[in-house]
Design a protein around this ligand. Sequence first.
Ligand code: FES
Length: 102
Amino acid sequence: MNPQATLRLLPQGLRVPLRPDQTLLEATIAAGAALPSACRNGSCRACMARVLEGTVRHRIAWPGLLAEELAQGWVLPCVAVAQGDVVLLQGPSPFALPGAAA
Ligand code: FES
């Protein structure tokens, strides 16, 4: 990863520096601009956001996302790391799971 990679967080427009060993959530916490979160292990979906630009991979094989969400660029920042500069739109998925908080 570019040593000066950044995460741009929308709609706030905040820019957060990224380190290769940090998840996207950890980077926002370190910058004092934390995303919503709860489990921090990729299961509760509280941190859900959509990648608008850049490449992100999940650290776990089965993050708590639907196939449709993955295909549309939704990620779980608590278990996701960037492969370079990333633009992330914070917000809930349009695919609400039964019993899940929106
Ligand atoms: S904080 Fe629970 S999935 Fe990210």
